[in-house]
Ligand binder design. Structure first.
Ligand code: NAP
Length: 312
């Protein structure tokens, strides 16, 4: 098989150059996908950090010059900012350009961005299911999307050629691509990503508030499972605030199910129903195995952490 190394686009504008925006720039460079990458951020400190790394060809604190003449514009800021950004940049988009995003929710993006898309511009929302708990332009790396899924949620009647181009773009950034209905996307991501983050934020918050366990004990004995929650709970507060505010219905629906199942577990513990606990834990272990088998995580013990003695 020959690998296509021709640039897909003349100019790509990244609106937001944190973890996802900067990773996209690195991945685009690796695959030679754009003749010119423009990076936008609203704060000059962020631009200075990004300039020092140098993952784009031009950097901007104004939207108009960033998107002018761009063939692809990707919104990569927190989703709560998308509506205002789209309102401001919409009039500067080139006819025939693709406007996309990387937001973790999709119905709210359609609601907030859709009204600002000019005629002749192809609006195709997208969500790469890839990330870390780090944020900012220093945290990005080219391999972030390798082997991960990117979900496109085009509206019915979207231009097929533009959808195919965006699909090829994500594939050449290393992703596997799936097309999904936006409402279904929000429901799936509520249970696979949003509720797990809420649980992590909650358990770390609860542990921090416990008066009977000192904070130093929480940190000292954290290896027993708690530590893995703290990694997720260290994720960017602005990004995650916006996810919960913008995927309210789906998250509340999934939390309802979660609470019911948690009550069932509570009852099983109270009544000593070991069989129920054992059966559930056996099923969940199989799910972990299928995630590893699907290549979505490594099968190393303890997530591949080095087996060194804890220096503490
Ligand atoms: P990040 O590292 O915090 O980067 C966010 C970027 O947006 C920064 O350049 C930030 O600039 C800029 N920004 C913040 N507020 C803004 C505003 N009001 N107007 C304009 N720009 C603003 O976050 P990220 O992880 O890359 O997330 C970006 C998007 O990707 C979000 O929509 C998120 O839902 C989505 N996403 C994230 C992950 C993940 O795991 N992190 C995975 C998939 C999708 P300053 O730093 O200068 O404020």
């Amino acid at each position: 098989m020959t690998i296509d190394s021709r640039p897909l686009f003349g100019k790509v504008a990244l609106i937001g150059i944190g973890l996802i925006g900067s990773s996209l720039a690195h991945a685009m460079r690796r695959a030679g996908l754009a003749a010119h990458i423009a990076g936008y951020s609203h704060r000059s400190e962020t631009i200075e950090k990004a300039q020092a790394i140098g993952f784009a060809d031009s950097f901007h604190t104004s939207l108009a010059p960033a998107v002018r003449g761009a063939d692809l514009v990707v919104l990569a800021a927190p989703v709560g900012a998308f509506g205002e950004l789209a309102r401001e940049l919409g009039p500067h988009l080139k006819p025939g350009a693709i406007l996309s995003d990387v937001g973790s929710v999709k119905m709210a993006v359609l609601r907030d961005v859709g009204p600002h898309v000019p005629d002749g511009v192809h609006f195709i929302p997208a969500h790469p299911i890839a990330g870390t708990e780090q944020s900012g332009p220093e945290s990005g790396f080219a391999e972030l999307f390798d082997g991960r899924w990117c979900i496109l949620t085009p509206l019915p009647g979207a231009d097929e050629g533009a959808v195919a181009t965006l699909k090829s773009f994500w594939q050449r950034c290393g992703s596997q691509v799936e097309i999904m209905d936006p409402k279904h996307h929000d429901l799936v991501l509520a249970i696979t990503s949003h509720v797990p983050h809420l649980i992590a934020y909650n358990i770390v918050g609860t542990a921090a508030d416990l008066e009977t366990v000192t904070e130093s004990e929480v940190i000292k004995y954290s290896a027993g499972g708690f530590r893995d929650f703290t990694r997720i709970a260290a994720s960017d507060p602005v990004m995650w605030r916006d996810v919960f505010l913008n995927n309210r219905e789906a998250v509340l629906e999934m939390l309802g199910r979660f609470n019911e199942d948690l009550s069932a577990l509570q009852r099983a513990i109270r009544w000593g129903d070991g069989e129920m606990l054992f059966n559930l834990f056996t099923r969940t272990r199989a799910i972990r195995r299928s995630i590893v088998d699907a290549g979505q995580d490594i099968g190393e013990p303890n997530f591949g952490r080095p087996r060194t003695k804890n220096p503490a």
